[in-house]
Write a protein that binds this ligand. Structure first.
Ligand code: ADP
Ligand code: MG
Length: 240
């Protein structure tokens, strides 16, 4: 589903991604771990061209993300992204937040988009909030709406960048539960998170990044219980 080869990304003279190669299969759940500043967000953002790769190739679901000839908007429609800070449209209701892109980009009718949005809101346990504005929601509720909004485009891949880091602790569980359901549905997911318990439970593979490189990767058991590299051991000692 995702093929990344020799990806490099610099901001001016700062080389943030130094040489990343990774293949991710359909239905695979990959959790990215690593210290702050190691390039995790930059990597996710390169996958859907929110950042342009400096060199290397990225292919997602057969689309050459890094090629000049690719319509990147079409690629993005197929990749859902959920951020730490929700990024909901403040002046749209919950329902409008979800129907906006399908009406505009998928040319759905308003009724079709609304039906689909209500289905998704039921799925994330938010149907009673369809007509309220984001400011009236808790952080956990906002994040569940953000997930529903990403799903409204029927993506084949979902990217999550620390989706629970900005939440009060009591709201982390409700968001992880929604993500866990996506895993159960077979969604291909790349998740940056410090929730090690979640990673252990749902990840098919854990990738540990540091300094713009993949330092080591393997099953949750291999990486969390039996890490080999000093940098992985150091990191886990800090977060566990
Ligand atoms: P992580 O998500 O692992 O914390 P990031 O990918 O956000 O790491 O950042 C990696 C490095 O790239 C950091 O040093 C950060 O300051 C730098 N960086 C990220 N985005 C930009 C940008 N738009 N311009 C300049 N530097 C950036
Ligand atoms: Mg980050």
């Amino acid at each position: 589903m995702i093929h990344v080869k020799n990806l490099k990304k610099s901001f001016g003279s700062l080389e943030v991604l130094k040489d990343i190669s990774i293949d991710i299969s359909e239905g695979e759940v990959v959790v990215l771990l690593g210290p702050s500043g190691s390039g995790k967000s930059t990597f996710l953002r390169c996958l859907n061209q929110l950042e342009m790769a400096t060199s290397g190739t990225i292919v997602v679901d057969g689309n050459h993300v890094t090629s000049k000839h690719t319509d990147i908007n079409k690629v993005r429609e197929n990749i859902g992204m959920v951020f730490q800070h929700f990024n909901l449209f403040p002046h749209k209701t919950v329902l409008q937040n979800i129907t906006h892109a399908p009406i505009k980009l998928k040319k759905m009718t308003k009724d079709e988009a609304k039906d689909k949005a209500m289905q998704l809101l039921r799925r994330v346990g938010m149907e009673s909030k369809a007509d309220v504005y984001p400011s009236q929601l808790s952080g956990g509720q906002k994040q569940r709406v953000a997930i529903a909004r990403a799903l409204a485009m029927n993506p084949d891949v979902m990217l999550f960048d620390e989706p629970t880091s900005a939440l009060d602790p009591e709201m982390v569980g409700e968001v992880l539960a929604v993500m866990q359901e996506l895993v159960a549905d077979g969604m291909t997911m790349v998740v940056v998170t410090h929730e090690i318990g979640f990673a252990r439970e749902v990840a098919d593979r854990i990738v540990f990044m540091d300094g713009g490189y993949i330092v080591e990767q393997g099953t949750p058991e291999e990486i969390i219980l039996h890490p080999k590299e000093d940098r992985t051991i150091d990191f886990l000692n800090k977060v566990l």
